[in-house]
Structure formats: structure tokens, C-alpha cells
Design a protein around this ligand. Structure first.
Ligand code: GRF
Length: 196
């Protein structure tokens, strides 16, 4: 069973969806660590409730990204983590983690990349008056939401959508898609964006 670490900065609804999928036996994985760069975030409570160990840190207490990533890497090595899942981790991954885990880090992003990368992808889609947006799961490289795409799913934008209503529908898709893609990845099944 793959030992994974989830990195998150916020509410952690995707963290929860992964934990739930494991409990429902839809996903075979062991979430051995939550890494969180905002110790007050709701995801930390969710980790506590699910009995998941947490490494929460304040980036400002470190001089450089290399310094805190070196500490994260130690936490990952101590637990033999094989795979990193970014679920709303609001930071670029640096060379310290990439050099050890590139090809074994995935991220979920609330748009059809390469459209609307970076922050507030939902707001970007609304501002652009797009008719369709969606969700992308992709491998992580050194860029901002630029790594190879694994799977995508579309979400239609309605005329009456607000940021809240659109975000809610996107998140419903995320909560289905992410565990399903992870299951296929961990089982080395064919991935390519078709069968999710
Ligand atoms: C998700 O929409 C994800 O696509 C993005 O950040 C958000 C995290 O939400 N990368 P949550 O913390 O999982 O609820």
C-alpha cells in the first residue's frame, strides 16, 4: 500500500475526500502525514479527527524555502513516504523536494489547465466569461501549474453562477476525480485523461 503525504494550506475538503475514499475502500493508500504551512488551517483539525500525523510549520520561521523543505524532506524520509499529494497547498514546490520526488508529486487545480493557472482560478474563469471550466490533476514540476496533465474533467459555467456556486460544483468534481485518479496511479493502471 502506497504511503502518501498530503500537503494542504486551507479547508482540506480534498484531504477529507481522500481520507473518506480510503475508509470506503475506494482508494488503497495510507495517508501517513499531513504537511501544512498554515498551522491554524481547518485541514489540521481534519487530520486530527482522522488520526493523521501532522507536520505544521510557519514558513516565516525559516530563512529560506530550502530550509523548510529540508525539514519537510526529513519528515517524509522518516516515514518512508513514497508519494506527495498537493491538495490546496498554496506554494510552489522547490528544488529540495523536487529533486527527490519529481514524478511522484501530483496536484489538483480548479481549471482546465493550461487555462487559468495560479491563484483564484474560479474567479479568473468568471472574469473571462468562459462557458466551461473544470478540474485538472497533473504532475508537479518547478512551474506554476505547468506539469504534465494526468486527467481533466469539465464543469459548465452557468449564466447565474457566482464564485461560490461555481466553486461548489468544481469542488464536487474534485472530490470524485482526485481519489479516483490516485487509485489508478497507485495501481499503475493506464492514465491519460479518458476513463475517470
Ligand atoms: C481546491 O479547489 C484545489 O483545486 C486547489 O485548492 C483548493 C483546495 O480546497 N488547489 P480544499 O482545501 O481541498 O477544500
Amino acid at each position: 500500500m502506497k504511503k502518501i503525504a498530503i500537503f494542504a494550506s486551507g479547508s482540506g475538503s480534498n484531504f477529507q475526500a481522500i481520507i473518506d475514499a480510503i475508509n470506503e475502500k475506494k482508494l488503497e493508500a495510507n495517508v501517513s502525514l499531513l504537511v501544512c504551512d498554515k498551522p491554524g488551517a481547518r485541514v489540521v483539525e481534519r487530520a486530527e479527527q482522522s488520526g493523521t500525523e501532522t507536520f505544521a510549520f510557519y514558513p516565516k520561521e525559516y530563512e529560506t524555502k530550502t530550509a523548510f523543505e529540508t525539514e519537510i524532506l526529513k519528515q517524509l524520509r522518516d516515514r518512508n513516504i513514497e508519494f506527495i499529494v498537493l491538495a490546496g497547498y498554496m506554494r510552489l514546490i522547490g528544488s529540495t523536494l523536487l529533486s527527490e520526488y519529481e514524478g511522484r508529486i501530483v496536484n489538483i487545480h480548479p481549471s482546465l489547465l493550461p487555462a487559468f493557472p495560479g491563484k483564484d482560478a474560479v474567479g479568473q474563469a468568471l472574469d473571462a466569461k468562459a462557458e466551461v471550466t473544470g478540474v485538472t490533476v497533473h504532475f508537479v514540476d518547478s512551474g506554476m501549474d505547468t506539469g504534465p496533465i494526468i486527467a481533466q474533467k469539465t464543469v459548465a459555467i452557468k449564466k447565474e453562477d457566482t464564485r461560490e456556486t461555481l466553486q461548489e460544483r468544481i469542488q464536487q468534481v474534485e472530490h470524485q476525480l482526485f481519489p479516483s485518479v490516485l487509485q489508478q496511479l497507485f495501481n499503475q493502471e493506464k492514465v491519460g485523461g479518458v476513463s475517470f
